[in-house]
Design a protein around this ligand. Structure first.
Ligand code: FAD
Ligand code: AMP
Length: 479
């Protein structure tokens, strides 16, 4: 007889493990299946996010930022340090330690919540059953009245740049270089390409990003994209837009990359090449054809607004379904599905999922961009405030960037907030909360923000919607 659970979850990334914990909190007998193995071939929880995504990339972004600051930034504060040296293996070891502590933390949470972890490859074989292959000859079968599919995503590979050892790598390889590449090519100037390019530029690489699209960061507010492109260029990231990579060859340990742009064909020789051209949903060997699980036209598992698949009792969440490939989006879906299974009312507000790019300066936004409002013919007003006019930003020496608040022209309801600047990743939470509560720009304007803080820039941007920002020198003509 197969072992029975109330719910089985395939995948222990931020979508799956959060769903598992919420199911257990709600009193369900919960099993979570995952196949991820760490460098020592030991099973680890946390999926891409903890092992090869959000966490290791942020650990390296932090370390590389400290390194660059210590080379160039501290002198402006009157702190004179000389003889700064990079110990890349110590930096990598720290990153690995941060990852290990967090993945062990999830294992602890599983134990505390009584969740059964099943190591191995899970496959949906019916709406109620999952088979688990774990290297042995016979697959184990477990069953439940509800199944949640959370298998995540993997980097897209392109024939123009097949992965090769530690020379042509995907994002996972780029988090584990053992030497700082002299010249580093990055295919794709999306969020992952920019973050990884930033890490290695700060550590000393000459970084060239080849991006097929003519437009830079199309999903962000275009005013921010323009400023960011200029700022990243100033920092030394060589971003080439409209540059489509056609082929690449490894010759004597280096990579020759051929690409074309509007002016013709070009070639670049780099020491290492990162392929960061997007991610695709993990649906391979996830289910048998007999289950009849439906995928959408792009290969994602087809779901409704509440993550129900076409099979009764089977849900899918996280990167394997439509919507932004972001950890917090998957986690929120995990909580929603657990609560739906428990018979509660639950939903996800897909309109208010914040996005962050952890470059320097950081970029973050929530809600609609100005270009989307224009395209949808929604009347709006904009308020903008530069960090250069914010006391805390000046004290930090972080004056690049601005905050923009967009509100409906008739109702004043905040429709979007866009930030480029220090702590944008943290500041965006304030705007997200306000928007979740249906705030108007006036509500933000009437709120008292502590001084001196970066968040005062959000206050001032909201005030600026009515032309009432205090710390901007706008010439006014008497009426
Ligand atoms: P995953 O995290 O991919 O987890 C899926 C899990 O399922 C894996 O452990 C996998 O082994 C397991 N699995 C798959 N198939 C099976 C199967 N058949 N049987 C058993 N187990 C299976 N997002 C952010 O929000 N913020 C960031 O800063 C950020 N930075 C990123 C940086 C990088 C370099 C990368 C690559 C991604 C980053 N992301 C970031 C994206 C984020 O990692 C993903 O959106 C998130 O991990 C998706 O969560 P998930 O649970 O859907 O899938
Ligand atoms: P993202 O999907 O945000 O991770 O970004 C991936 C980026 O890679 C997209 O902006 C694509 O336009 C870009 N891209 C995909 N294929 C190529 C290619 N062959 N050459 C250059 N850029 C590419």
């Amino acid at each position: 007889m197969p072992e029975r659970f109330d719910v089985i979850i395939i995948g222990a990334g931020p979508a799956g493990y959060v769903a598992a914990i919420r199911c257990a909190q709600l009193g369900m007998k919960t099993a979570c299946v995952d196949k991820w193995l760490d460098g020592n071939q030991q099973p680890v929880l946390g999926g891409t996010c903890l092992n090869a995504g959000c966490i290791p990339s942020k650990a390296l972004l932090e370390s590389s930022e400290i390194y660059e600051q210590s080379l160039e930034g501290y002198a402006a504060h009157g702190v004179d340090i000389s003889g700064v040296k990079l110990d890349l293996s110590a930096m990598m070891a720290r990153k690995d330690k941060v990852v290990a502590e967090l993945t062990q933390g999830i294992a602890q949470l599983f134990r505390a919540n009584g969740i059964t972890f099943c190591r191995g490859h899970g496959k949906l074989i019916s709406s109620r059953q999952v088979s688990i292959e774990n290297g042995g000859s016979q697959a184990r079968i477990i069953e439940a009245s509800h199944i949640i599919l959370a298998p995540g995503s993997s980097p897209v590979e392109i024939p123009a740049a097949p992965l090769e050892g530690d020379i042509i790598v995907d994002s996972s390889g780029a988090l584990n270089f053992t030497k700082v590449p002299g010249r580093l090519g990055v295919i794709g100037a999306g969020i992952i390409g920019l973050e990884l390019g930033s890490v290695w530029r700060r550590l000393g690489s000459e970084v060239i990003l080849l991006e097929a699209q003519e437009a830079f960061l199309m999903m962000a507010d275009q005013q921010i994209s323009r400023d960011a492109l200029r700022e990243f260029g100033r920092q030394g990231l060589d971003i080439r837009l409209g540059a489509r990579v056609l082929s690449s060859q490894i010759k004597r340990g280096k990579v020759e990359v051929q690409y074309e742009d509007a002016s013709g064909s070009h070639q670049e020789k780099v020491d290492r090449l990162i392929v960061a051209v997007g991610r695709m949903p993990n649906t391979d060997k996830l289910f048998t054809a007999e289950t009849g699980l439906a995928l959408n036209e792009w290969g994602y598992i087809h779901v409704d607004d509440q993550c129900r698949t076409n099979l009764p009792g089977v849900y899918a969440i996280g990167d394997v379904v439509r919507g932004p490939m972001l950890a917090h989006k998957g986690s929120r879906e995990g909580v929603m599905v657990a609560e739906l299974i428990a018979g509660q009312a639950a939903s996800v507000n897909y309109d208010l999922i914040p996005s962050v790019i952890y470059t320097h300066p950081e970029i973050a936004w929530v809600g609609k961009t100005e270009q989307a409002l224009k395209a949808e013919d929604i009347p709006y007003r904009a308020g903008v405030f530069p960090f250069a006019a914010n006391g805390r930003a000046r004290a930090l020496g972080e004056t690049t960037g601005f905050i923009k608040v967009l509100s409906h022209a008739a109702t004043d309801r905040v429709l979007g907030a866009h930030i480029m600047g220090p702590q944008a990743s943290e500041l965006i939470a304030c705007a997200t909360v306000a928007m979740e509560f249906g705030a108007s720009s006036e509500d933000l304007a009437l709120t008292v923000f502590a001084h001196p803080t970066l968040s005062e820039s959000l206050h001032e941007a909201a005030l600026d919607v009515e032309g009432q920002a205090i710390h901007v020198a706008k010439i006014r003509t008497k009426k």
